[in-house]
Design a protein around this ligand. Structure first.
Ligand code: MF3
Ligand code: CO
Length: 251
């Protein structure tokens, strides 16, 4: 079931999303050689709690941390660890969210650890731009497939691939709600977009092929071919005046 949010609900969601965005920025700004992914996770968690939020990934289907932190060929769902020290040249995808007063926010971005290769920079840049192509297509009267096609066509025109196995999602009183928001598909297909729909749009883009595999820890998703991967995500609401990004940062 797709739930359209009222103005009252969107006000609360905006707060959950503001906290989510602040936590992402706080962790992202701390990315540098020598920092562990567990330290980044702690910064994010402390920020969320300081704002009166609750880390909404923690305990989600047994997930053990506040953030998913995925390095280089890790696509998503990397588990923060005190044994994982970041190195110069790594690209670091941080995905996290906060719940506030019963509503959820969710966002992600990939950060450079020191100087990274030209290819890594291009991958991060194209992935972030593909998110904005998807957001721009999230207009009332359109369809989910418009978002999917906008992301996919831009990524593939730049010779990268979009992950198929994991998708974006509706979001609201749950972290994951209907509808699914794939990053590949056909314009004009799928669920009709309407004002009050809140979506987490989140392209995962691989420098090589789109296939992925899961590590024995049961969580970490890797590119099958070992290529680099990047991930950007915003929580967005569709309005009569177009898409509005909710995960905006004020820190
Ligand atoms: N990263 C996922 C999303 O953006 C949710 C994380 S699930 C968790 O939708 F269990 F890892 F937290
Ligand atoms: Co999400």
């Amino acid at each position: 079931m797709i739930v359209l949010k009222t103005g009252r609900e969107l006000k609360i969601m905006r707060e959950a999303c503001r906290i989510s965005a602040g936590a992402l920025k706080t962790a992202g700004m701390a990315v540098e050689p020598g920092v562990t992914t567990a330290e980044l996770d702690k910064l994010a968690e402390d920020y969320i709690l300081s704002q009166g939020g609750v880390p909404n990934f923690k305990n989600y289907q047994g997930y053990p941390a506040t953030a998913c932190i995925s390095v280089n060929n890790e696509v998503i769902h990397g588990i923060p660890s005190k044994n994982r020290k970041l190195k110069q040249g790594d690209i670091v995808s941080i995905d996290l969210g906060a719940e506030f007063d019963g509503y959820h926010g969710d966002n992600a971005a990939t950060f450079a650890c020191g100087d990274v290769s030209a290819e890594a920079k291009r991958l991060m840049d194209i992935t972030e731009q593909s998110l904005y192509k998807g957001i721009a297509a999230a207009v009332s009267g359109g369809r989910i497939g418009d978002i999917s096609a906008a992301v996919q066509s831009f990524v593939e025109a730049n010779d990268f691939s979009v992950v198929r196995k994991f998708v974006g999602h509706g979001i609201g009183t749950s972290l994951h709600e209907a509808p699914e928001v794939p990053n590949f598909g056909t314009a004009g297909r799928g669920v009709r977009l309407m004002p009050g729909m809140t979506l987490a749009i989140e392209p995962m883009v691989n420098a090589g092929g789109y296939d992925v595999k899961i590590m024995p820890d049961g969580w970490t998703v890797l590119t099958k071919d070992g290529s680099l991967s990047a991930h950007f995500e915003h929580t967005v609401v569709i309005t009569n005046d177009g898409p509005r990004v909710l995960t905006l940062c004020e820190v």
